[in-house]
Design a protein around this ligand. Sequence first.
Ligand code: HEC
Length: 166
Amino acid sequence: MKRILSFVKLLPALFLAAILVVAGCKAAPRLPPIDGTALYNYITKDNDYTKWKMWPGKSALYPGREPHGAMLTTYVTDNAFSAIQGKKGKIPEGSIIVKENYMPDRQLAAVTVMYKVKGFDPAHNDWFWLKYAPDGKIDVAGKVDMCYDCHGQQKDNDFIYTSSLK
Ligand code: HEC
């Protein structure tokens, strides 16, 4: 009887623990593995990027520059959003930036992604690069020299072009 009673007393604590675990999973979906297909699946299925905030100060289909597209819509994870808005100088590890690149006729041409993974590529601020076609076909993924050679002109700004982080 005593044992049953003490178990009953524990129930509220167990219930709370279960709720915390479920809430924790919901609040922060685990980061994707370091792989192009896994990252693509993550941002299109597990943690649909179209529900994220857009780049601070940018709305949908803002005018873009070469080489990405005439119009761009750029989404960022919350940790990136705070760093950009707060002018933190750097984007924190675990951040993902997803940029949709549109042609002048507003047709989606490609999606380009930057994902910061601790220790992945220290020479290029640990960015993982991904480009895929509207049908999901992956064009490039990983340490992509074509991407970081140009973004390297922004080395003092964490390889970022869209706005100054300082
Ligand atoms: C020739 C230079 C150049 C190359 C090559 C290039 N980019 Fe960019 N990228 C830019 C510029 C300029 C911007 C700013 C976009 C704008 O405002 O038009 C940008 C913006 C971005 C952004 C938004 C974050 C930021 O830096 O502002 C992402 C994500 C991105 N590029 C990914 C890629 C990926 C992935 C590749 C390789 C497949 C790539 N880029 C290749 C010049 C380049």
